[in-house]
Design a protein around this ligand. Structure first.
Ligand code: SAM
Ligand code: SF4
Length: 427
């Protein structure tokens, strides 16, 4: 899934002179040298770079979803595909000076429902990325897809267009639960989509949610049995949460209580382990060799260029780390991107905020991280983490291993269960 929605506020002053289009947040086009001026951080080298591309349309808005997704009528004509692709290309061209010469290791085409785009459209997007950016020869290119019939027929063509990994939003294999959470597809379509993904892609992921309205432990077991029978190399298992400003937040369904949800999590951790999946991150479970490289880059506090409506990006320079957000409404995004102003908000991450932002990501990894990574990604001495590390260790939330200079930090089982308490010690 797309990560992590830390919404930046604008900190730079508005540009001198009137912008060509209204830019209330004040994120002007800048001379690339602006990002390279002296500052208080000292990054030894740029982090690995990934690209996230947001395609913001869905057939219908799901009642639990707070992603930047907009309902369209069924069919291609309702999505302004050609104009959106032009806007993405203009967005990418304007961003190139910020990532000059850096190899891209992974691309994630997320949404929304990217599988509503035509295979020709996805081919043109992947070709633009390949032509304008140095993509690693083995770059992982993931695309999100929904299980509808019409999308499934295109899976093979998406693989031929250059997509290497498909991520399918199944959510459940139970028709009653699929109806209860407002999905447009049923169990039969979910099965057919997973089978087609297995035929067309060397690796793929299934998204499932648990603690669904009225879900019993036996029904969760049935969903897991079905998932294992399809043998996906990767599973993303999310606790259904009530997000503000969604239909479910306004009219909440009856959900399993916290204790029941926690028992469900214990059950699925145990069962995925027994089925050969390693839980390598809070919600991510993989067979050996199938961890998602793109998401690992987020959790390792790598860089990512975010293209498309509402996309978030994080880019590092020798003396600063910058977060960007693109215009959120698809129409406004296209207008601005085509005028060379895709970015609506931009902020430099403060020295003070960096330790928490780093830990928010890195502590999600079950194996933790090498302490030296903090200095590489944040340009600060690892000693700034000491007070938080000591407090977390004293509470049994974190363990440290390895000799000085090669030290590793990882959450304990208890720290992993109480992750937000652990992360907040670095605030
Ligand atoms: C951006 S969605 C994209 C996938 C695709 N649009 C779909 O829904 O099938 C990524 C995943 O986030 C998960 N998700 C979305 N909203 C959620 C919520 N409120 N609680 C838990 N998981 C959620 C779903 O499993 C979904 O497949
Ligand atoms: S299909 Fe996916 S992105 Fe679209 S509304 Fe539903 S959960 Fe959100």
């Amino acid at each position: 899934m797309a990560l992590p929605p830390i919404r930046p506020a604008p900190v730079f002053p508005p540009p001198a002179g009137a912008p060509a289009l209204p830019s209330p947040a004040g994120a002007p086009r800048r001379d690339p040298q602006h990002y390279h001026r002296p500052g208080t951080l000292a990054l030894p080298a740029p982090p690995p770079l990934a690209v996230y591309v947001h395609l913001p349309w869905c057939l219908r808005k799901c009642p639990y979803c707070d992603f930047n997704s907009h309902a369209v009528a069924r069919g291609d004509a309702a999505i302004p595909e050609a104009r959106y692709l032009q806007a993405l290309r203009a967005d990418l061209e304007a961003a190139l000076p910020l990532v000059w010469g850096r190899t891209v290791h992974s691309v994630f085409i997320g949404g929304g429902t990217p599988s509503l785009f035509s295979p020709e459209g996805i081919h043109s997007l992947v070709s633009d990325l390949r032509m304008l950016l140095p993509l690693a020869p083995d770059a992982e290119i993931t695309m999100e897809a929904n299980p509808g019939t019409f999308e499934r027929d295109r899976f093979r063509a998406f693989a031929q267009a250059g997509v290497t990994r498909l991520s399918i939003g199944v959510q459940s294999f139970d028709d009653d639960h699929l109806r209860a959470i407002g999905r447009v597809h049923d169990r039969a379509q979910a099965l057919a989509a997973a089978e087609e993904a297995a035929r067309s892609f060397a690796t793929f992921n299934l998204d499932l949610m648990y603690a669904l309205p009225g879900q019993t432990p036996a029904q969760l077991d049935a969903d897991l049995d079905q998932a294992f029978a399809l043998a996906p190399p990767h599973l993303s298992l999310y606790h259904l949460t009530l997000e503000p400003n969604t239909a479910f937040a306004r009219q909440p369904p009856a959900l399993p209580d916290d204790d029941a949800a926690s028992d469900m999590l214990d059950r699925l951790v145990e069962r995925t382990g027994a089925a050969g999946y390693e839980r390598y991150e809070v919600s991510a479970y993989a067979r050996p060799g199938h961890r998602c490289r793109h998401n690992l880059n987020y959790w390792g506090f790598g860089d990512y260029l975010g293209l498309g409506a509402g996309a978030h990006g994080k880019l590092s320079f020798a003396h600063r780390v910058v977060r960007q957000v693109r215009w959120r409404e698809p129409q406004a995004y296209m207008d601005h991107a085509l005028a060379g102003q895709a970015v609506s908000n931009e902020e430099e991450v403060s020295r003070k905020a960096l330790p928490f932002e780093f830990m928010l990501n890195a502590l999600r990894l079950r194996d933790g991280f090498a302490l030296a990574l903090f200095g590489e990604r944040c340009g600060l001495p690892p000693s700034v983490l000491e007070p938080g590390l000591a407090a977390a260790q004293a509470r049994g939330l974190l363990e440290r291993t390895g000799a000085p200079g090669a030290e590793r930090v990882r959450p304990t089982a208890r720290g992993f269960d109480f992750l937000s308490d652990l992360q907040s010690l670095f605030l």
